[in-house]
Design a protein around this ligand. Structure first.
Ligand SMILES: [Fe+2]
Ligand SMILES: [Fe+2]
Length: 274
């Protein structure tokens, strides 16, 4: 498969691409192309054009969870790829908030667009193979605790804010002859939980790569926890770690120490064959 980063927080100095807090991966495998996350707005389309990539032929869009930095480009995508369905996990339309010293900030999807485009959206609540070899995993095991960085992330129900258990998160497994690749948006459910879930679904299959944001934010995540996660990813047999977005810079350095040249910090425009 080929993975191309259309949106990521960091500029890699590639062409005139525009970085943005968020994530968007274009994933090509066999004869299918899917867009996994869409950043905050239509910037991913401009970046794709700069890279010479045609998004009008994308077969499907996927929104990993109900946060604006992954699904904010929804209306742009629907206009760009008029025949592509968009998959989300049930609950991704709920009101998500982040709490900081200034108070509560809405970080959910644009509910007006979600309502207006209902006919184009496919809400799933069980594991779903959208094309041969493209499996969306919704039922995520939880032997490990969720990332400490989730603490300030909440759902608003009626007038109450409650901790977000991230039941609205899914991840993608791309299954190919030589193994599986695990693609995540923010990894709010815990990257180890996702890897363990994928390994249970695909017993005995090599894990070629884990790619996406791991939500190991510098401020909230103790270095020893990142070290533990890095060693556990190695023990689980992950071939490559390809990460960025909400994976903090300290976490990236620790994971680089663990994985050496099998580690990549992604940037806007980064593309690789897996
Ligand atoms: Fe994110
Ligand atoms: Fe998120």
């Amino acid at each position: 498969m080929r993975l191309t980063t259309l949106i990521e927080d960091i500029s890699g100095g590639v062409h005139d691409l525009v970085p943005q807090h968020g994530l968007s991966f274009l994933i090509e495998s066999r004869d299918r192309t899917v867009l996994f996350d869409m950043g905050q707005d239509g910037t991913f389309i401009r970046n794709a054009e700069s890279l010479g990539l045609d998004l009008t032929k994308v077969d499907a869009g996927i929104i990993s969870h109900g946060h604006y930095d992954h699904g904010g480009g929804l209306s742009s995508f629907l206009a760009c790829a008029p025949h592509a369905p968009v998959y989300l996990k049930a609950g991704a339309g709920e009101a998500s908030y982040a709490r900081d010293i200034r108070g509560y900030r809405y970080i959910g999807l644009d509910t007006g667009i979600v309502a207006a485009e209902a006919g184009r959206l496919t809400w799933i609540s069980t594991d779903t193979e959208i094309f041969p070899g493209f499996m969306l995993i919704t039922d995520i095991l939880d032997p490990e605790p969720s990332p400490p960085g989730n603490r300030a992330l909440l759902l608003r129900r009626q007038e109450n804010y409650t901790p977000d258990p991230f039941l609205h998160e899914l991840f993608l497994v791309v299954d190919e002859d030589d193994g599986i690749s695990i693609i995540t948006g923010c990894g709010h459910s815990g990257i180890l939980n996702m890897v363990y879930t994928a390994k249970e679904r695909y017993p005995g299959r090599p894990v070629k790569a884990v790619a996406g944001g791991f939500h190991l934010t510098d401020r909230e995540t103790p270095p020893q926890l990142v070290r533990y996660i890095g060693k556990a990813l190695k023990s689980a047999g992950c071939g490559r770690v390809i990460t960025g977005h909400c994976t903090g810079s300290r976490a990236k350095e620790i994971l680089r120490e663990e994985f050496g040249n099998r580690f990549t910090a992604v940037f806007t425009g980064y593309s690789t064959w897996i």
